[in-house]
Design a protein around this ligand. Sequence first.
Ligand code: TYD
Ligand code: MG
Length: 456
Amino acid sequence: MAKVKTTFVCQQCGASSPAFLGRCPSCEAWSTMIETIDERRNPAIAAVRPHAERPQPLTVLGASVLKRIPVPIVELDRVLGGGLVPGTLVLIGGDPGIGKSTLVLQAAAALANDRGPVLYVSAEESAQQIRLRADRLGIISDQVLVMSSTDLDAIVATASSLAPALLIVDSIQTVSVDDISSAAGSVSQVRECTSRLMQWGKSRDIPVFIIGHVTKEGAIAGPRVLEHMVDAVLYLEGERHGHFRVLRAVKNRFGSTDEVGVFEMAESGLREVRNPSEAFLAERHGHATGSSVAVTVEGTRPILVEVQALTSQSAFGLPRRSANGFDAGRLQLLVAVLQKRVGLALAGQDIYANVVGGMRIGEPAADLAVALAIASSFRDRPVDTDLVAVGEIGLSGELRSVSQIDRRLGEASRLGFSKAVIPASAARRGTVDIAGLSVQRADTVGEAIEISITDS
Ligand code: TYD
Ligand code: MG
């Protein structure tokens, strides 16, 4: 194939240059010139461009356009928004070693049983290594076709001749096209490869999974260029040495981004956790200080998690504050509220807070549970073991209402908790009356602490 013409375009001001420049001649920014294929001069790509289409009235476009392919792994299916839309491009991101390849191989096997051949292309591992993993996962399917290649054009050509039910490329940072001179993993390569896979999948209605590694900065390389190109971005999160993994959608053109899927990494691959609350609370010790239970809602699912905190006299001038599983800034804020509004002398204390099980909580509804855990550790008195805490904490120490309180309390009652402390304002709004649960209302975090931690 003739060499495609490329141009270097500044990502900041749009100036272009035929050759690579370290600094943009127009806006003078450094390292912003990125190699891009000049489409106008590239007949091969211009030919793929669909013909101009006549616009249609919105009402004529039937809902039946979205015929979804159900994925037999329920937790994955849920995060995708209830099945795979044909032609979707899904990016699965996560830290190295978290289990991305394992997840897609299991998805490949599950889908291949129902839908026919799935092509799994690995640019990182040999076919032999994939075979070893498949053995470990107990996959014996002649419908999962494996290929080890880093050449994207070869991958697309093979996929075209096979017309699989699903194409998986593991990973996008290790494949490349010849037309671009920069190395695999560079912004230009990653973007070009993704855009070719997108055109390929969309023109054939075949879903494509691409795997992306998260770089040190936490963004999928290169600098989030992929996230806006693809239809869905799923992140597999968790602590590498812990066994829970949470699959979360951060973008989904065909579904909600609130849903999470919970898995457990076992000897033979990822196992679905249908009952996350039970799993997250399984190792909880009664009567320990610095432990409380929060109820978080992920999409439509309430999940109970244990929050732990440890306060200890700081040996240095500047005390340490460390949060695992929720925002560190939020921890600072809660500590400040506890100091100023409740009068806890936390100024000279190192404070560590942790959400058990590798779950990340993004919503402020867990504020109260975190505050209770800190107060409990500081006073060295346990939080009532039968109690769950729900509520956002405001800057003046007031408890603020949170959404879906009934659903949260319902889950707590189902798991055998007998008490709950909630914001007073929440009770006035809804109908908080759950069987078997004694619900106590508090106006402030100070009141909630008095209710939950008994100084006996
Ligand atoms: P892998 O899917 O290769 O991670 P990624 O593609 O995200 O880099 O899996 C990584 C880890 O998972 C590896 O350290 C071993 C572990 N693992 C299990 O515990 N059980 C299993 O069945 C498999 C396949 C892997
Ligand atoms: Mg991998």
